[in-house]
Ligand binder design. Structure first.
Ligand code: NAP
Length: 286
């Protein structure tokens, strides 16, 4: 039987707005329970003007840490005491560890993305790649690919200014490996790519779910197509790519590994990936 919460339980949280849709409380409470860890995970919807006080409050309450989601992954940074190198490089935080009154920001979207590529047998080293999108998930993929040795990462966005902003942020360390491409000038770029990542919500349930972030004729035959969307597990993009003979990856593996990495940061315990996979498959599939 599940142990009732008592005074020995630690607090882990999620801050963002809105957060009602988040699977993280279900997932982490399930893992705490299965692995007999005395902790509870709660979701806190936080208004923008309370963000700093919410962080200070969680530190003051001696919480173990928390996840950060939309829209605070970037704006939370000034309110944290330290940043892990990868989070610093991305300029975004999705996991915070609180250690003896010090808050430390991490980005497990990057590690989750890279682990999902490894699990599927893809090594970005010396490969030409493309990332469609210019939001937080795109930044995690771009930095991940650069860290993993991709020879060229094309940043593809409908808003060229946003793509250029990402280029400018990473230009100091990686300028020669980055290229900004407008979304309607991509045909010749995709032909050179070993990996194309969709980091937009296009294809997700409730958001252009019958659409694709690139035209079918631009999907190269010999390419890995990665869709960060996990709801549905097979988007129209992945269906079409498969029918062209491409290898495909959906967003579930990244979701699993970023959650597992956050869990390990708070507890020091590596949760069994199979346990997370079975749990999420039940809750994510539509
Ligand atoms: P975000 O910060 O809101 O960024 C979304 C990006 O998609 C922006 O660049 C946006 O362009 C672009 N976009 C939206 N609609 C578009 C359209 N119709 N045509 C072209 N571009 C469009 O969101 P995010 O956090 O990066 O997340 C992006 C997707 O990745 C979501 O579906 C999210 O669920 C998924 N994700 C999955 C995982 C995972 O673990 N599998 C992790 C993180 C995110 P503008 O800036 O011009 O609006």
């Amino acid at each position: 039987m599940q142990e009732l919460i008592n005074a020995q339980f630690n607090l882990v949280g999620l801050i963002g707005n809105p957060i009602k849709h988040s699977l993280s409380p279900l997932l982490h409470n399930y893992l705490f329970n299965m692995l007999n860890i005395k902790a509870v995970y709660l979701a806190f919807p936080v208004e923008n003007h309370f963000l700093e006080r919410a962080v200070q409050g969680l530190v003051a309450l001696n919480a173990k840490g928390f996840n950060v989601t939309i829209p605070y992954k970037e704006s939370i940074i000034p309110f944290l005491n330290k940043l892990d190198d990868l989070a610093k490089d991305v300029g975004a935080v999705n996991t915070v560890v609180i250690d003896q009154g010090t808050s430390i920001g991490y980005n497990t979207d990057v590690s989750g993305f890279l682990k999902s590529l490894k699990k599927n047998g893809f090594d970005p080293k010396d490969k030409v790649t493309a990332v469609i999108g210019t939001g937080g998930a795109a930044r995690a993929a771009i930095i991940g690919l650069l860290h993993a040795g991709s020879s060229q990462v094309h940043i593809i966005g409908r808003n060229i200014d946003k793509a250029q902003q990402i280029f400018d942020i990473y230009a100091n360390s990686h300028a020669n490996k980055l290229k900004v491409i407008e979304i309607d000038k991509t045909a010749s770029v995709f032909e050179q790519c070993a990996l194309i990542v969709n980091a937009t919500p296009i294809g997700m349930y409730g958001y252009l779910e019958k659409s694709m972030p690139l035209s079918e004729e631009y999907i190269p035959n010999q390419c890995l197509i990665y869709d960060m969307v996990y709801n549905p597990l097979e988007t129209v993009l992945l269906k079409k790519a498969k029918s062209k003979g491409c290898q495909v990856i959906n967003g579930l593996d990244m979701l699993i590994y970023q959650g597992a990495d956050a869990f390990k940061l708070w507890t020091g315990i590596e949760p069994p990936i199979d346990l997370i996979y079975d749990f999420l498959k039940k809750h994510v599939t539509i």
